[in-house]
Design a protein around this ligand. Structure first.
Ligand SMILES: C[S@@+](CC[C@H](N)C(=O)[O-])C[C@H]1O[C@@H](n2cnc3c(N)ncnc32)[C@H](O)[C@@H]1O
Length: 279
């Protein structure tokens, strides 16, 4: 039996009906490649209810019309509302150890900065973890951090987090790379300028027909995002990575993702890590 939908406390909008849920699923798949399973109906109801209130719209049908009519307006807020942004500093830490070794080799062999793409950066913790690793390895680097969710990106580029969110950082790392707020800013940590100099944040939809021109990367982190895409979209994305990753480059994916195995040029080189070795 399907899950019973219950409106949240104080919720004035009608329940999200099956037809509206199906339309919302179709739209988020079209805009972001995100596949929502049927049991996400309650989540979609709750997240979109906030948007209905913000836009003073009283039905989901009218709201979804607004989403379709405003490509540069409500569509962005709709996508932001339906993405899942769970992340943390040094999540799945084995990849940062691999990166540290790569960075040391790069520093010894190359004169140019190491180029890294953090391709689903969410609220920024992953990108700042890359920057801390590369700074500690004293490796000149450029990090591009992108995400489809413009609100999450704004948090990332602000580079300011509540102290509770820095719990996975060692005291040494916190001291070396972050400034602790005082007075009115007590309880917050802000990225030091030396860290900020390494990272640029920009919006990018991994599923969009055209990506902006990008210099090739030595490393791509694409973690915990393709689990929301179907197999065909994963395969297409992998093909596109081959045009922006340097031969010998590293691709790191999430713990439940194995999509690089679909392409013969990606050779496993550690836990959920792949070397790009074209023929
Ligand atoms: C669960 S978070 C993962 C964050 C980080 N990579 C990590 O592993 O901790 C997934 C992120 O993918 C982003 N995302 C979903 N669809 C996307 C798309 N089509 N293009 C770019 N980013 C997308 C979401 O906005 C969200 O911030």
């Amino acid at each position: 039996m399907g899950r019973v939908l219950e409106p949240a406390a104080g919720d004035t909008a009608a329940l999200l009906g099956e037809a509206e849920f199906e339309l919302a699923c179709r739209l988020i798949a079209e805009y972001a490649g995100i596949k929502l399973s049927p049991h996400k109906r309650y989540m979609v109801h709750n997240r979109l209810t906030r948007r209905l209130r913000a836009r003073s719209v009283t039905s989901f049908a009218a709201y979804l019309q607004l989403v379709q009519a405003e490509p540069a307006g409500e569509r962005e807020a709709f996508v932001n509302a339906l993405t899942t942004n769970l992340t943390s500093f040094f999540r799945e830490p084995h990849h940062f150890e691999l990166l540290r070794v790569r960075a040391q080799q790069h520093r010894e062999r190359e004169r140019r900065p190491l180029r890294v793409w953090c391709s689903a950066s969410s609220t920024g913790e992953e990108a700042w973890s890359l920057a801390m690793t590369l700074r500690e390895a004293a490796c000149p680097s450029d990090i591009l951090a992108t995400d489809i969710d413009t609100e999450a990106l704004a948090t990332g580029s602000a580079g300011v987090y509540p102290m509770e969110r820095t719990g996975t950082l060692t005291p040494e790392r916190l001291r070396a790379h972050w400034l602790r707020g005082v007075g009115a800013n007590a309880g917050w940590a802000s990225a030091r300028p030396e860290l900020r100099a390494l990272v640029k944040f920009a919006p990018l939809n991994l599923q969009s027909a055209a990506w902006p021109a990008m210099e090739p990367f030595d490393v791509i982190f694409c973690r915990n995002v393709v689990i929301y895409f179907d197999r065909e979209a994963q395969r297409r994305l992998l093909g596109r990575f081959t045009s922006v990753l340097r031969p010998g480059g590293l691709l790191a994916v999430g713990h439940a993702e194995s999509f690089p195995a679909m392409h013969p040029a990606f050779k496993a080189c550690g836990r959920t890590a792949y070397n790009y070795q074209p023929g």
